[in-house]
Design a protein around this ligand. Structure first.
Ligand code: HEM
Length: 416
């Protein structure tokens, strides 16, 4: 009932709760965010399935929160980076698994430095050949005259394979990465009495598997995969098993759901905004901008959360210490001040790269270049074949206010 009222859009301001999973499953949140940006851009929601929280919905306020990490903490000790947690002891069954996205300085700086070398321009150059070869082979195998699930055949296959390469993960087991990642990013399951323990089981299964890989790599010579890099770096070689596992989870979820759902967004935009993609087909120099616009349009992580360490003021509102602050990238990326007609995909949008989908400041996505590379190659290879996907039935969406994405999407490949 509460949801029905919200979907009508006439709910009183103080009852707006944008964490409601149904809103996300039905892609029905846009009018609520538009209203919050206009009427109450820093908005307190006193009651939600995740407890009381503040919504930050305007671009410039999100940038302010991200720019002040000493006030707005990412630390798991306060509850971490999704709307879910209240602190490690308060989420039942949820063992703390510190990862550097959920750490403050100075630990964050040291651990981020360890994985950053895997994402330098020269590493991207090194990886681009194999990414292109895999993308090309995959596109050649897709049906030309029948509908198929783009999420499974393209988005999952390409991103999971990419991660397997980064970790030098056993190829035949690569779909385990998908399963684990889905469980880990599922903040709805985490609260469910039946699914919650299953989720933890999956996380520990991943832990056991990676621990085995860790031991094998420890005994081997240094190699350019991420596990070996962590083993041989001063900042991470003495990590506790929980920290090690936490950082791997971070890389799996960070690199998986996000790029995957942006690839699925490509099929959505190729269906609803085909003329925009035809512009790109006619002028290939637009590909980097179109890829950024795609990431802005999809915004595959709808939010990140912070916790105030001290009393503060944001957008004129007094916010007490220990408040949950949810930065809605999904809303910042539609902020009319920066992105006029923001609900539309506009392939040559001049400022597309100013989007917030990768975050901002010290935690800005470390894998952004890799995501851009993968997306750029997928677009190029599709256009080389003069093909674009067309969605042929309504997709099934993820019911979550964290991962903004799709579970299933039937498409046909059609000539441009
Ligand atoms: C379109 C694809 C992607 C999107 C939209 C995305 C989004 C994000 C966001 C929103 C953050 C948090 C930023 C903040 O708190 O300010 C983040 C951090 C991170 N991402 Fe990504 N990501 C993507 C791809 C990837 C890939 C491919 C990887 C690695 C394989 C990755 C690894 C990470 C890591 C390790 C962090 C933590 C950085 C830190 O705390 O310093 N991401 N990402």
């Amino acid at each position: 009932m509460a949801t029905a009222i919200k979907l009508q859009g006439d709910v009183p301001l103080d009852r707006i709760d944008v964490t409601d999973a149904t809103l996300w499953q039905q892609e029905a949140f846009a009018p609520l965010f538009a209203r919050l940006r206009a009427e109450d851009p820093v908005h307190f929601c006193p009651e939600s399935p995740f407890g009381p929280y503040w919504s930050v919905t305007r671009y410039r306020d999100i940038v302010e929160v991200e720019s002040l990490p000493d006030i707005y903490s990412s630390s798991w000790e306060y509850g971490g980076i999704t709307v879910l947690g209240d602190g490690p002891t308060l989420v039942e069954g949820e063992d703390p698994m510190p990862m550097f996205i959920a750490m403050d300085r100075p630990q964050h700086t040291a651990q981020r430095r360890t994985v950053a070398p895997a994402f330098t321009p020269s590493e991207m150059e090194r990886l681009s050949g194999s990414i292109r070869a895999r993308t090309s082979a995959l596109l050649d195998e897709l049906p030309r005259d029948a509908a198929f699930d783009w999420v499974d055949r393209v988005s999952i296959e390409l991103t999971t394979g990419m991660l397997a390469m980064l970790f030098d993960f056993p190829w035949e087991d690569r779909r385990k990465l998908t399963t684990w990642s889905d469980w880990m990013g599922d903040i709805e399951a985490a609260r469910d009495p039946v699914l919650g323990p299953k989720r933890m089981e999956a996380i520990w299964e991943a832990g056991g598997y990676f621990m085995k890989l860790w031991q094998e790599r420890q005994a081997a010579a240094p190699a350019p995969d991420l596990i070996s890099m962590m083993i041989h770096s001063d900042a991470t070689k003495d990590m506790t098993p929980q920290e090690y596992l936490g950082n791997l989870i971070l890389l799996i979820v960070g690199g998986n759901d996000t790029t995957r759902n942006t690839m699925s967004g490509l099929a959505m935009t190729a269906t609803d905004y085909r003329d925009e993609w035809l512009k790109v087909a006619a002028d290939r120099s637009l590909i980097p901008t179109a890829a950024q616009e795609l990431i802005r349009w999809q915004t595959p992580l709808a939010h990140m959360r912070r916790t105030t360490k001290v009393d503060t003021v944001l957008g004129g509102k007094a916010i007490p210490a220990r408040s949950k602050i949810v930065m809605w990238y999904m809303s910042g990326n539609r902020d009319e001040e920066l992105f006029p007609d923001g609900e539309r995909f506009i392939a040559d949008r001049p400022n597309a790269r100013r989007h917030l989908a990768f975050g901002y400041g010290i935690h800005r996505c470390v894998g952004a270049r890799l995501a851009e590379l993968q997306l750029g190659i997928l677009i190029e290879e599709l256009l080389d074949r003069q093909l674009l996907p067309t969605v042929v039935e309504a997709p099934t969406r993820v019911a979550s206010s964290f991962v903004h994405g799709y579970r299933r999407m039937m498409v046909e490949l059609r000539p441009i």
